[in-house]
Design a protein around this ligand. Structure first.
Ligand SMILES: Nc1nc2c(ncn2[C@@H]2O[C@H](COP(=O)(O)OP(=O)(O)OP(=O)(O)O)[C@@H](O)[C@H]2O)c(=O)[nH]1
Ligand SMILES: [Mg+2]
Length: 250
């Protein structure tokens, strides 16, 4: 079972209009500071936040209680004039958890009204998260032959194709920066991942390396996924038979 918290700035649209038209720089500063603070507060509790839309952030919050969420809300209130809502959803897959979180927010089912926390009563279950860390093999050599914006455009296309491929498999894809993507999934088999890698090879002539990590918390799953990825690089450097997908479970 996976638990996701979707964090959204409350009343953001109308508030932005109160700033006048010379506002873009202020919104960018606010969004970046909010993301920083959320990553900070959640990661110190073994969760992991994903940069989604800048005004809406997904966090894997396995094991985190409503009281923990309230504490974070209190911390955020100290630093930000704007408030955020937190919608907690649990599910067998990340997609289902995202649906449940959204359902509670839309139907105003609250876990703590005072602190703007939505969700159904949290179930205790066997917590397990799978994260796939995808990274372009040799992106530096691609960058050497293309202008920076052409590289960005390619990364955007890859992001879109990855999201489209994994969403029907109940998994959520996030762009993490550089040539890095993380897919929050549950029990995807290596055959499916290999199918995606073949597709990308065929369409774009490039390869992904793919580290998989499974653990109880988001932060640990990401750690293992990145460790797997680093291991693939090590094997490549040592001249051992090429491996594209590697998995570590704790
Ligand atoms: N988000 C994130 N970004 C990273 C990580 N490691 C590297 N980067 C970013 O990814 C960019 C590309 O680095 P690499 O993937 O090491 O370069 P590469 O040429 O593709 O090398 P290989 O992946 O080893 O084939 C870097 O400039 C960083 O911006 C990571 O673990 N997470
Ligand atoms: Mg790379």
């Amino acid at each position: 079972m996976i638990q996701l918290t979707i964090i959204k700035i409350t009343g953001y649209g109308p508030w932005t209009l109160t700033l006048g038209s010379d506002r873009e720089h202020r919104l960018q500063i606010l969004q970046a500071s909010l993301y920083k603070e959320i990553q900070n507060l959640f990661s110190e509790r073994n969760c992991l936040a994903f940069p989604n839309r800048f005004d809406e952030i997904f966090v894997i919050t396995n094991g985190l209680s409503v009281v923990d969420h309230i504490e974070i809300q209190k911390e955020l209130a100290k630093s930000f004039q704007l408030s955020v809502s937190m919608s907690i959803g649990q599910g067998k897959t990340p997609y289902e958890a995202n649906l449940n979180a959204d359902k509670s927010r839309r139907s105003k089912i609250t876990l703590d009204k005072e602190h703007n926390i939505f969700g159904m009563p949290l179930q205790k279950g066997e917590d397990l998260v799978q994260i796939i860390h995808m990274d372009v093999d040799g992106s530096t050599s691609i960058s050497a032959n293309h202008s920076p914006y052409e590289v960005s455009s390619l990364i955007l296309r890859l992001y879109s194709e990855m999201s489209e491929f994994f969403l029907p498999r109940n998994s959520l894809t996030f762009f993490m920066g550089g040539d890095n993507f993380m897919i929050v999934s549950s029990g995807i088999d290596k055959e499916n991942i290999a199918k995606f890698l073949d597709l990308v090879k065929q369409r774009h002539g490039l390869s992904f390396n793919c580290g998989i990590g499974t653990a109880k918390t988001g932060r640990n799953a990401a750690k293992l996924a990145t460790k797997s990825l680093d291991k693939i690089r090590e094997l490549r450097e040592s001249g051992t038979k090429e491996q594209r997908i590697l998995e570590l479970t704790c």
